[in-house]
Write a protein that binds this ligand. Sequence first.
Ligand code: GLA
Length: 732
Amino acid sequence: MAITVFENPLLFKLSTAHTHYSFRINQIGLAEHISYDVAVDDGSGLCQLAEAVNAHPFEPYWTDLTTFPQANCKDLLPQEFGGFNTGDYRIPALISKGEDGTPATDWRYVSYRVYSGVPILEELPCAYVGNDSDVQTLELKLVDSVTGLAVYLDYVVFPRCDVIVRGLRVVNEGRRAVTLERVMSLQLDLPAGDYDSLSLVGYYGQERLPERRALGRGVLQFSSVRGISSHGVNPAFAVMEQEATEDHGRVWGFMLAYSGNFLGEIEVPQMRSPRVLLGIHPELFSWRLRPGESFTAPQAFMTFTDEGVGGMSRHFHDFFRNHWLPSRWALCQRPILINNWEATYFDFSEERLLDIARTAAPLGVDMLVLDDGWFGRRRDDTSSLGDWFVNAGIIPDMAGMVRKINALGMKFGLWFEPEMVSENSEFFRAHPEWVIQISGRGRSIGRHQMMLDMGNPEVVEAIFRQMKKLLETVHVEYIKWDCNRTMTECGSSWLPADRQGEVAHRFVLGTYSLYRKLLEAFPYLLIEGCAGGGGRFDAGILRYSPQIWCSDVSDACERMRIQMGTSLFYPCSAMGAHVSACPNHQTGRVTPFATRGNVALSGAFGYELDLAKLSKEEQEMVREQTALYHQLNPLVASGDLFRLEAPGRLDKVVCWSFIAKDKTQGFVILCRLQMHPYAAPLRIRLKGLRPDAYYQIDGKRLTGKALMSVGICVALEERDAASRILIFAKEK
Ligand code: GLA
């Protein structure tokens, strides 16, 4: 059973294959966290593991129970959902303001229910059961008796992938309206100790690079207030023991399934027991709740492992692939695509596109994607977003062109930027009030465009109608959904003054609703997410888009770092990765064609160049790469990832491997970013093999144990960015 409930005292134990999460209801009805750690045998004995509270005489405590006041020092108790302004000084999970203006909450237990399966969220992405019938949910109800607010905390337990999904619904069961000013989806109080944090940070073109920091007392925040999850900080992070490594040690991983403003916090209070919080960013957020109304927070995922950062990654990867990515695409091979962006930018014609398709089809490419510039009157990035009809001046008959592409045996995909509008567009001229703006304040412009007020259902409907009309007449099987600016002057003319705090969250809900409408109308669509490269790479988008363009930087060396950082939390099959031209358009670097292919083969594979300009030899390599994709992709899609060498160590070598779950086959990708003359040979130690089995690798026959301990030396071409893929198989 995933969830066990013990009576007297009431104690909940959530079990996954390798972990236990437990909490109890204490004498005064507080939900007191016990532990989230490796699985232990004796469930009922867990109660004794509750933190021994050792309060000094000056700590405030709750006076209900005079016999045991120390246990009622709220500030010292690890809790599931901390109150505010009632004795717990740590950061609260929720802040609300009632009509009397006093913000205070004190959450006490009311009831629970356990059921099979998962909660269904209407407006937000939510996990599904998939093939695992053992998924169970615990719903815990706590109330604050003064405001009449109730919170329903969800714990959705996925035993096989060691992930627990947290969710939260706030219901106003009182008689007066309240305003929610902060609602965190997840709170976890960890035992006192010395920890590090691990997060993904960067900027445009350098997305999701790992950053590890020692945690001292105080508050560390990871956040975005840009309206999208952002290039700068990702809504995923970990807390780990200071001794933890890639392969060993305790790591707790957290991730928010949300694509807008978010806040992750790690507070190390005076007693050094960290409190982790994750949810919608309270800045630019408030939500009015009248009596009877409810607010649902986005889901957050958490996992625990004692197998280091690599163990955490594999838990999350399995979760994504079995319970989160659109099930139609989750575990299967995606089409190999060729995107015209870096081949032509805005300078394309029907003939040029057909030429690209004609060269690509016989080389094994499955789909042509027409990027930005096909709609309205757009010839550069200054106009026409919002006018989603074909620019007949460039492509006189789009449906006919697609038929020709289909006749070559290729599918067709199209670029959209649905949440945006150009000032110079018919759409904006007809509805200037439909953009995010604050009346009387002027507007910041990003890339000559504005964000639509997606919280307004009329706006969503108007964009949907245009897209639907086009998709009904042109055979489009893939959409690249872009989002090339961030939010400023967050305000809406559609919402009243007391609901302006809802604009940013409603924008996200509206975006998700457009995704759902499109997928309901055209269920076969493969939608790839994108946002100025990888500016919105998050679990929220991944519930609808099984793959996201990782970064606008397509240079193979940069991509090794970006894809490796991204893999800390997200599966490689979700990373759009293309082979592009050299010198690379963003870095000017020249890398071997083989390396560009090897790096992209670890992701959702494609090309982003004019294949007709390649030499015959390179075209032949394309044919080999597309064939190799079919051989290797099942391992990327459903195997286990092991990171073997991170950039920065061992002569700037990056190396990882994918291994089938049954450990019978796999491959290693190894790239030396920078060559040093007469450097020592590269020795790679594999991971995750069967120690006693024999494997064939690189013309050698070695046991798993030898490969994992002694390793193998790998010869590489003597130049920068030299790489190899080594395929291995277990002997029968
Ligand atoms: C963004 C995307 C690119 C491309 C351009 C088109 O920058 O990340 O891949 O689609 O927009 O304008």
